[in-house]
Design a protein around this ligand. Structure first.
Ligand code: AMP
Length: 401
């Protein structure tokens, strides 16, 4: 079955057409600046160069029709007509407590997802626009929603309840939800496969270190702790996000700097993290270059990042009372051997040791710990689109039984 995977943001849309039997990408690309002047469309057929064109995209429906046209185009397309697309898998960011697994999208499901909009005001409405546009253009094709939050619904209450009056959980659903669930699920499962571990028994810590970053403790195939919270602002120091801070900072800075709530939230989301500490960039490549040049603030940013990751990994070893494997994924995790080595230096006490030579690898699966390392350390590239395609296929196959 060929599955179209859609990841729809407020002004952008990423897509991949995946052959779910061969687990191969047939074509992929990106619509940018939707609803903004100068919209761009990128299309890349497997094995070919990217083609970038400027095409007006006043709304998401137009973007999706451009995607469908490109996929079926006589010259450059990969399918003869739309009936070859067996299903569409949509990345949906927030499913609240309503969705603990991927689900077939119906009118009822859309209503429930909409009821979670308050929890992810930037993401969920955009995701739903993408779903509705696809449903209009492909009314007969089954659609499946795959939630970033679903994998973490197995967390026990002691991990997700905040230390504030319980009524705010009951009334307003304020709790830890966690994100990057599709990535944590994919990477932890693949880790068990690579190491020949029984996934239902293994204790795995996944470090998803990208521009957005989170850590997840996966015990017996289930998320039992994760570092993001009600929103993706919590936890690690990220590219531009602060991660964990004392909530008292908000009142203090509000008064001291005469900042509004909106200004503080913008500062915490967009001007903090690696960018904020270094004063240079949110991109680790720029930070590494600046460190080479002797920039002290860049070095501090990286040190803070490593310290925070190590603190969370250490805490999650305690949460699971042990760990079999620590895994790195996403942009930084897959491409920065230095960061991986510095983080794992903190875990000699549990018997985790990096092999410098094996660690000199980027973007491909590898066990990077020494042969005698008790705790295995791995690099596993994440593949959220493939995970979405797998879930979509499983649900659609179930319908046809
Ligand atoms: P992601 O959000 O997973 O796409 O990760 C993007 C981030 O990965 C970038 O902002 C960089 O900080 C980081 N990154 C990508 N390539 C490299 C590299 N070769 N070395 C260090 N960091 C990298």
């Amino acid at each position: 079955m060929k599955i179209l995977v859609i990841n729809c943001g407020s002004s952008s849309l990423k897509y991949q057409l995946i052959d779910s039997e061969a687990e191969q990408v047939l074509a992929k690309g990106l619509c940018e600046r939707i609803g903004i002047e100068g919209s761009m469309f990128t299309y890349q057929k497997a094995g070919c160069d990217k083609v970038v064109t400027q095409i007006d995209q006043p709304d998401h429906k137009k973007s999706i029709s451009i995607v469908l046209e490109a996929l079926t185009n006589k010259e450059n397309g990969v399918i003869a007509d739309l009936s070859e697309i067996g299903a569409v898998g949509h990345r949906l960011v927030h499913g609240g407590e309503e969705f603990a697994a991927s689900t077939l999208i119906t009118d009822e499901v859309i209503k429930v997802v909409e009821s979670c909009n308050d929890l992810a005001p930037l993401h969920n409405p955009a995701n739903i626009i993408g779903v509705n546009a696809c449903r209009e253009l492909m009314p007969e094709t089954p659609m499946v929603g795959v939630f970033d939050t679903a994998f973490h619904q197995t967390m026990p209450a002691e991990a997700f309840i905040y230390g504030i009056p319980y009524e705010y959980y009951k009334k307003d659903k304020v709790r830890k939800y966690g994100f990057h669930g599709t990535s944590h699920a994919f990477v932890s499962k693949r880790t068990a496969e690579i190491l020949g571990l029984d996934y239902d028994k293994a204790k795995i810590i996944v470090c998803h270190l990208g521009n957005g970053a989170s850590i997840c403790a996966v015990d017996g195939g289930k998320s039992v702790e994760t570092s993001m919270g009600l929103t993706p602002l919590m936890g690690l120091v990220m590219g531009t996000r602060s991660g964990e801070i004392d909530p008292g900072v908000m009142e203090y800075l509000g008064k001291k700097e005469n900042m509004s709530f909106e200004e503080i939230m913008t500062m915490l989301n967009k001007k903090s993290g690696i960018l904020g500490i270094s004063g240079i960039s949110s991109d680790f490549r720029d930070i590494d270059a600046a460190i080479e040049d002797g920039n002290e603030q860049a070095k501090l940013a990286k040190d803070v990042f490593v310290h925070r990751v190590a603190s969370y990994v250490g805490a999650y070893i305690a949460v699971m009372n042990g760990v079999d494997a620590i895994v790195f994924t996403a942009g930084v995790g897959e491409n920065d051997p230095g960061a991986r080595a510095e983080i794992i230096e903190h875990f000699g006490y549990v018997g985790a040791y990096i092999d410098a030579e094996k660690n000199n690898v980027r973007g491909k699966e590898a066990v990077i710990s020494t042969d005698d390392s008790k705790v295995k350390v791995l690099l596993v590239p994440t593949n959220e689109e493939l995970m979405i395609a797998r879930d979509t296929k499983a649900i659609v196959d179930g319908l046809n039984k």
